[in-house]
Design a protein around this ligand. Sequence first.
Ligand SMILES: Nc1nc2c(ncn2[C@@H]2O[C@H](COP(=O)(O)OP(=O)(O)OP(=O)(O)O)[C@@H](O)[C@H]2O)c(=O)[nH]1
Ligand SMILES: [Mg+2]
Length: 232
Amino acid sequence: MAIEHKPGDEFDTVFGQSDSSELTSHRDHDTAPARIFKIIVIGDSNVGKTCLTYRFCGGTFLKNPEATIGVDFRERTLELDGESIKIWDTAGQERFRKSMVEHYYRSVHAVIFVYDVTSLSSFESVPDWIEECSRHCVGPLVPRIMVGNKCDLRDRREVPTTAAQCLADSYNFPLFETSAKEPAEKEHVDAIFLTLAYRLKSHKPLRLKQPNEGGVGRLWDQREPEAATCQC
Ligand SMILES: Nc1nc2c(ncn2[C@@H]2O[C@H](COP(=O)(O)OP(=O)(O)OP(=O)(O)O)[C@@H](O)[C@H]2O)c(=O)[nH]1
Ligand SMILES: [Mg+2]
């Protein structure tokens, strides 16, 4: 599942020659290139995709982010073996996506679907994003996870954990709830990306549970809102 990046492979054709250096991470000049895992982060505009990826790659909360146009790239080198994960932070707004959408999905190793726990509509869009992913031939074995962001906004929560877990179970995806903003969540954001990366690295499928086994990646310590009607 984890694909070794070699010069001339599909990564290079996505970016063209001038960009290929960005995707070639070397341990040193005499050894083979380290593997680079391409993880894409998708979801509605304003759910916090940029802040989440920035938190993971930059270590801090990005204040005043602008809407992403097309795609931004961030990269973090894993401590083990110098391997990298390259994160494609995609635009949620349709008008910024059109020209790039084919490239988002090409040679992807894992997908993170993000919604905002304070926005029911962003949660209701998740199946559309999953559908778009399938339409672009992302294979069923490519690991996918769901992340509910902005858990720090406790009083504004519109998406109960139970409803999110129900949806995640129906797709057999792991669910995580977190906050890109809350400093105490920094390690949890790290854990989400690193879990995915290490699964890719060890070639293990990211399949955490059977449907209805339940269990969210981390339960936010707050009163649970009323459970929504579950369709699954
Ligand atoms: N309270 C809170 N606000 C957040 C969090 N994450 C992001 N935000 C805010 O949400 C807004 C949108 O964040 P972005 O990261 O730009 O959202 P995006 O999903 O990248 O949006 P697009 O690039 O338009 O698709 C910004 O005002 C952020 O400050 C979070 O965990 N908690
Ligand atoms: Mg963005």
